[in-house]
Every structure is written in structure tokens, then in C-alpha cells.
Design a protein around this ligand. Structure first.
Ligand code: GAR
Length: 204
């Protein structure tokens, strides 16, 4: 019998506002082809874990600090298998995954990045740093991108993008909030649904 829904695991490191957008989209019917089964954080004090618990979603902490890169990836892999996960969503997950891991889950990992790739992306560009770099360059438009994850940091196939104008007088903090609200929290759920549909139809 074909699968009814794609099982989703969300990987987080921090506040988890993108995770919250996914939970809200699931409750609101925007995500209907997938279901969040598990949230994994590399930080035990990530507020994202509280958001998951409040929504009744199972959580796990997999610390790179304690386990090292290989140990962390092995643990994530075994949790993915144990829980029958079909799609991994990186929502503010601040660890880079090795090519061994990304190859094993080809077209099964997506990431949200807070710029219009190929601008301000790749190693070293994460969180506020992305917005600081956009402001330092003086660009007038930025945005967010959801893409498949491959061995090149922020280099995988682009799934969805949304542009956001940069008002005069923006700070990195104000720009981060604006990009989250106007772009990230909108396109991540939409991309999740789009990819889940493709997995169900066995198109990817
Ligand atoms: C988001 O802006 C996300 O795009 C970014 O970190 C923030 C996490 O916020 N991710 C990256 O920079 C990855 N390179 P959140 O925990 O509130 O979702």
C-alpha cells in the first residue's frame, strides 16, 4: 500500500522559529503530505526542543561536542532509521554534515538559508552573519532560500526562494527578523509540502 504521509525529522540548534512555522503549517493544513515525527537538536538547551515538546513531538539531543562529527552523524542516522524518517529538514541546524551523510540521504535533506543563494552563503555564513554581510555589501534586496543539501555547503539544488527588500537603517537583527517573517516562515512549510508530495509520488 502506498504511504499516506512522509515522516519528517527536523534538525535544530536554537530558537526554533522555523520549526514553529512547520508545526503551525502542519496544524493549519499547509503541510498535509508530511508529518513531523521527530526533532533532533545538537544543543540540549535549544528552545526549539521546548517548542517540539509543547506540540507533542518526540525529541532527541545529539551533541557534536560530546560525540564528535562521526558520532553525531551515526546517532542521527540510527534515529532516522529507527523512526522510519523519509525527509530531514534542517531548520537552523548549525552543524555542517559530511558528504558521507549527505550522499546517503540524497534528495532527502532540505535546508533553509537566510539569503538569496548564491549570495552570502557557504561555510561561515550562518545566522546573523549572513545579514551582517548583506548590510556590509549594501545590497537592497535579500531573502531566503530552501534547497536540497549536498556535499557543498548551501550548494544543493534550489527548491524555493523569496526576496525581501532591505529598508534604510536596517540592523542585522532587524533584517534577520524581517527575512524570517516575510520569507523563511513562509517558504519552508511550502517547500516541505512540495518535497513531501514528490516523495509520495516517487518523483524523487
Ligand atoms: C534562521 O534564520 C535560519 O535561516 C538560519 O538560522 C536561523 C535559525 O532560526 N540558518 C542558517 O543560517 C543556516 N546556514 P530559528 O532557530 O529561529 O529557526
Amino acid at each position: 500500500m502506498p504511504k499516506a504521509k512522509v515522516n519528517i525529522c527536523v534538525l535544530v540548534s536554537g530558537g526554533g522559529t522555523n520549526l514553529q512555522a512547520l508545526i503551525d503549517a502542519q496544524n493549519g493544513g499547509i503541510i498535509k503530505s508530511g508529518q513531523i515525527k521527530l526533532v533532533i537538536s545538537n544543543k540540549s538547551d535549544a528552545y526549539a526542543l521546548v517548542r517540539a515538546q509543547n506540540a507533542g513531538i518526540a525529541t532527541a539531543v545529539v551533541s557534536k561536542k560530546e560525540l564528535g562529527q562521526q558520532g553525531m552523524e551515526d546517532k542521527i542516522s540510527s534515529l532516522i532509521k529507527q523512526n522510519g524518517i523519509d525527509l530531514i529538514v534542517l531548520a537552523g541546524f548549525m552543524c555542517i554534515l559530511t558528504s558521507d551523510f549527505t550522499r546517503e540521504y540524497d534528495h532527502r535533506i532540505i535546508n533553509i538559508h537566510p539569503s538569496l543563494i548564491p549570495s552570502f552563503c557557504g561555510e561561515g555564513y550562518y545566522g546573523l552573519r549572513v545579514h551582517e554581510a548583506a548590510l556590509a555589501k549594501g545590497v537592497k534586496v535579500t531573502g531566503a532560500t530552501v534547497h536540497f543539501v549536498n556535499e557543498i555547503p548551501d550548494g544543493g539544488e534550489i527548491i524555493m526562494q523569496k526576496a525581501v527588500t532591505i529598508p534604510d537603517g536596517s540592523t542585522a537583527e532587524s533584517l534577520q527578523k524581517r527575512v524570517m517573517k516575510l520569507a523563511e516562515w513562509r517558504i519552508l512549510p511550502l517547500a516541505c509540502e512540495k518535497v513531501s508530495q514528490k516523495i509520495l509520488k516517487e518523483e524523487i
